[in-house]
Design a binder for this molecule. Structure first.
Ligand code: ZN
Length: 307
C-alpha cells in the first residue's frame, strides 16, 4: 500500500515541480529580454540567473531519472507488458524452470475472485505473513467489487486475467476477444495495471480463449500443484496436498471465489508456515518469470564462455 501511495505522491510532486520550473523559465526569459536592452550591470544579474537556471535543470534531470526508476520498479512489480521477458509472451507455463537452490520459491495463485469475505480474509492472511500472491480475477466480479480488486494491487500482489464470465463452452473469436479484452480493460481502469497474464477458466485450452490469449501475446499460466480446494476438503488435507506437491518454481492453484471457500481460508496460514519451514518464499508470477529469465541469461552466458 505504501509504495503505491509514494508513487502517487511522487507523481504529484513531479507535476508541481514541472509547473514551477516552467513558470521559473518563463520568468527568466522575461528577465533576459529586459536585460538585452539595458546596462552591463544588469548583465551580471542575468548571468547569475542563467547559473541558477542551469542548477535547476540539472536537478530536474536527476529528479526525472529517480522518478523513471521508481516507475519502472512499480511497473515490474505489477507485471506490466513491456517488463515480461519476450520468451514468455504468447507461451503457456505450468511452472518456472529454476536450478536447484537452498532458497526455494513458489507462487501461490487464487482464481475466480474478487469476492467479499474470502478474498478479503486471504489478503489479511497474506499480509499478516508478509507473503505475496497472484490473483486471477473474473471481470464480472471485479465490476461488482472494485475496492477488493484495488486492495489486491495496493497490497503488493499481482492481479491477472481470468476472463469476464468464466465460461467453459466453445467461443467464437469475437466472444473470446471480448472475454479477455473487457477483463483487462476493467483491471486497468480499476487498478492501473496493464496485465498480460492469463489463466483459462477450468484450464480449458481448446475453446477459443487460449487461442486469443496467445494471439495477443498473453502468458498463459497453468499450475503444477492443484489444491482441488473447490471440493472443500478439510483444511488439513488441503494444506498437506499443497506441501507435498510443492516444488521450487512451482505454481499452486487455489480459489478465493467461485463458491464457498472457508477451507481455503482456513488452510492458508498452515500452507504458508509449513512451506516456509521447508525453505520456501512466496513470489508473484511476474517475479517467477523474471527469475527464470535471469537464469536462462546466466546459462547462456556460461555456455558462450565455454565455447
Ligand atoms: Zn476459475
Amino acid at each position: 500500500m505504501e509504495s503505491r501511495k509514494l508513487f502517487v505522491v511522487a507523481q504529484r510532486t513531479f507535476i508541481v515541480i514541472a509547473v514551477l520550473v516552467g513558470s521559473l523559465n518563463l520568468g527568466l526569459m522575461a528577465i533576459n529580454k529586459t536585460n538585452a536592452s539595458q546596462t552591463s550591470e544588469k548583465e551580471t544579474e542575468n548571468s547569475k540567473a542563467t547559473t541558477a537556471e542551469t542548477g535547476v535543470s540539472q536537478r530536474m534531470v536527476a529528479f526525472k531519472q529517480t522518478l523513471l526508476a521508481s516507475w519502472k520498479q512499480e511497473a515490474k512489480s505489477k507485471g506490466l507488458l513491456p517488463t515480461t521477458p519476450p520468451q514468455f509472451r504468447g507461451a503457456t507455463l505450468k511452472e518456472a524452470k529454476l536450478a536447484k537452490s537452498d532458497k526455494k520459491v513458489i507462487a501461490l495463485t487464487f482464481d475466480d475472485g474478487p469476492v467479499p469475505n474470502y478474498t478479503e480474509k486471504i489478503l489479511d492472511t497474506l499480509n499478516k505473513n508478509n507473503a505475496k500472491a497472484t490473483f486471477f480475477v473474473v471481470g464480472g466480479n471485479l465490476q461488482l467489487y472494485p475496492a477488493i480488486g484495488k486492495r489486491i494491487v495496493d497490497e503488493g500482489h499481482t492481479i491477472a486475467n481470468h476472463t469476464w464470465h468464466h465460461w467453459y463452452h466453445r467461443m467464437s473469436p469475437k466472444v473470446a476477444a471480448s472475454e479477455i479484452d473487457n477483463t483487462s480493460d476493467l483491471i486497468f481502469k480499476t487498478t492501473g495495471v496493464k496485465t498480460n497474464l492469463f489463466r483459462p477458466p477450468g484450464g480449458i485450452m481448446n475453446n477459443g480463449v487460449v487461442a486469443y490469449a496467445r494471439k495477443k501475446k498473453y502468458v498463459t499460466l497453468m499450475w503444477s500443484v492443484d489444491s482441488i480446494d473447490f471440493k472443500q476438503p478439510p483444511a488439513e488435507v488441503l494444506a498437506n496436498r499443497i506441501v507435498k506437491g510443492a516444488t521450487h518454481g512451482g505454481i499452486v492453484l487455489m480459489h478465493d471465489g467461485g463458491g464457498k471457500r472457508p477451507r481455503t481460508v482456513e488452510a492458508l496460514p498452515k500452507i504458508i508456515s509449513r512451506l516456509r519451514a521447508k525453505g520456501y518464499s512466496f513470489v508473484t508470477i511476474p517475479e517467477l518469470l523474471e527469475m527464470q529469465d535471469k537464469q536462462e541469461k546466466e546459462e547462456k552466458l556460461a555456455t558462450e564462455k565455454k565455447q
